[in-house]
Ligand binder design. Structure first.
Ligand code: DQA
Length: 144
């Protein structure tokens, strides 16, 4: 059975309370349930994680090398700044789907740059919480 790490970065623990006009009313716990349901449907195992710490996220990406077959990554604001996360992804050589709730290309200029996209298999953004099951389905296809 294939296994996927779904890793959420800074401030995503506040989903549901944080700028609901941008990110919606869905909490991260709701999203985890959506992901579990999709994983059951596709016969996948998932690990769902969140950290506000760039180093902790890098450690989880490194550990994924031995534990998972691919990663879905919503790196939050680190998407736009972190060469270190980009290098971590290159180092583990696992397929990664970059994910965002909001359409980062329709927002401020600084959100148009993504270091993650440079090493990702693909990018899903702008579909809110529904993007998570979409990303699971896309990664599952890629792992066939
Ligand atoms: C985000 C988009 C990022 O630009 C922002 O910093 C976030 C959330 C999203 O899911 O839309 O924290 O990754």
């Amino acid at each position: 059975m294939a296994s996927i790490l779904i890793l959420n970065g800074p401030n995503l623990n506040l989903l549901g309370q944080r700028q609901p006009e941008v990110y919606g009313a869905t909490t991260l716990a709701d999203i985890e349930r959506l992901c579990e349901a999709k994983a059951d449907e596709l016969n996948l195992t998932i690990e769902f994680a969140q950290s506000n710490d760039e180093g902790a996220m890098i450690d989880l990406i490194h550990q994924a090398r031995d534990r998972h077959d691919g990663i879905i990554l919503n790196a939050g604001a680190y998407t736009h700044t972190s060469v270190a996360l980009m290098d971590a992804i290159s180092s583990v050589a696992l397929p990664v789907i970059e994910l965002h709730l909001s359409n980062i290309h329709a927002r401020e200029e600084f959100r148009h740059t993504s270091y993650i996209a440079k090493v990702a298999l693909g990018v899903i953004c702008g579909f809110g919480a529904a993007g998570y099951p979409m990303a699971i389905a896309a990664l599952n296809e890629a792992l066939q």
